[in-house]
Design a binder for this molecule. Structure first.
Ligand code: AMP
Length: 323
């Protein structure tokens, strides 16, 4: 499949690289790294990485604005399982569409689709693709790919970090040595106001009997900490490994988009089906959704509680069967 993708890349003069709305480091890094790899291999091609960015991830590089109304280009959609979440609207103007993704399958929208839901990240898939094709790489590309991988695997904390993940990381680090501490400094440095907001969340989150924790952040609370809507949700990974909590949820009012953002993480129960029920999605242990109101968010949390209760029961049953 990688060879087929390479053939299509070779064929088109103009290539647009898109990814999902609500940009995150894996999505953006996969765009920017693939753009650089294509430019390095085929300097004459016009390649654009598009979509709404976030100043938070500016350490990865810059996204492009399309200066022309392109037709008949190759569209590569990265890190996005379904059409409705693509941060690029002109799909019908593309000559061909390729999807490269590591989310569980939702729907087909590409002419060629490479999906590996066992991969830690879309950047990991690209690491593999650069090794398997004539696409060139350099230190900057390797660094960008590493950023996306390390971010989506939450610093190798999830089971999605496999021997293949470590083999690829090892290969790239050996071939293109770069300073990890310098890179982490850019990725993880954050303002004190965010740490204070994190303290507020820790202090005020509710925990159900089944270990589902939730916090509702109104716009007033976010403003009080002088944080932005995205920053609360982006700290969801910081609440992992709390003994009493199996599933945790941050619900943030988003006045700009007139809806409510929900970030969900799990240490056991599969949460993506619940997220999908509320028009969201994601991975079994890391999902998200957008709903219309706090009431709807409450319903989603109640559903998570049911799933978690079931999970606890099944774990107990397995333990009993072992005895
Ligand atoms: P986040 O909590 O934003 O880091 O997202 C975790 C995972 O859930 C990622 O794989 C996202 O692509 C996915 N996700 C987040 N929000 C949504 C949404 N509204 N719809 C579908 N998938 C989502």
């Amino acid at each position: 499949m990688f060879k087929k993708i390479y053939k299509e890349i070779k064929k088109y003069d103009t290539i647009i690289l898109a990814r999902h709305i609500g940009v995150d480091p894996d999505a953006m890094a996969s765009q920017l790294a693939l753009k650089e790899a294509i430019k390095l291999t085929f300097p004459k091609k016009k390649v654009y990485a598009v979509g709404n960015g976030s100043s938070k991830f500016s350490y990865l590089g810059k996204l492009d604005k399309l200066e022309e109304d392109w037709q008949d280009f190759l569209l590569i959609v990265l890190d996005t399982p379904d059409r409705k979440r693509i941060d690029f609207k002109d799909l019908d103007k593309a000559g061909e569409i390729i999807k490269i993704d590591h989310h569980p399958y939702i729907e087909t929208f590409g002419d060629l689709e490479y999906i590996d839901s066992k991969a830690s990240s879309t950047c990991e898939i690209l690491m593999e693709m650069l090794c398997a094709t004539k696409l060139k790489c350099n230190e900057q590309i390797a660094k960008t790919l590493y950023c996306g991988l390390v971010s989506d695997s939450n610093r190798f904390l999830f089971d999605s970090s496999t021997p293949k993940t470590f083999a690829l990381v090892s290969y790239y680090l050996a071939k293109y040595p770069f300073s990890l501490s310098e890179l982490y400094h850019k990725m993880y440095l954050r303002p004190l106001k965010e740490v204070r907001l994190e303290g507020y969340i820790a202090e005020n989150m509710k925990v159900s009997e089944n270990g589902v924790s939730s916090i509702f952040l109104t716009n007033d609370i976010i403003s009080k900490f002088k944080a932005d809507t995205a920053s609360a949700g982006n700290m969801i990974n910081n609440f992992n490994f709390i003994e009493e909590i199996l599933v945790w949820v941050i619900v943030t009012e988003d006045l700009k988009n007139n809806n409510v953002r929900i970030n969900i993480r799990s240490r056991g129960p599969e949460i993506n089906r619940v997220a999908e029920k509320y028009n969201g999605g994601g991975h079994p242990m890391a999902s998200g959704a957008r709903v219309g109101s706090f009431e709807e968010a409450e319903e989603l949390i109640e559903d998570l509680d049911i799933v978690t209760k079931r999970y606890i029961r099944s774990v107990e049953q397995n333990e009993n069967n072992k005895c």
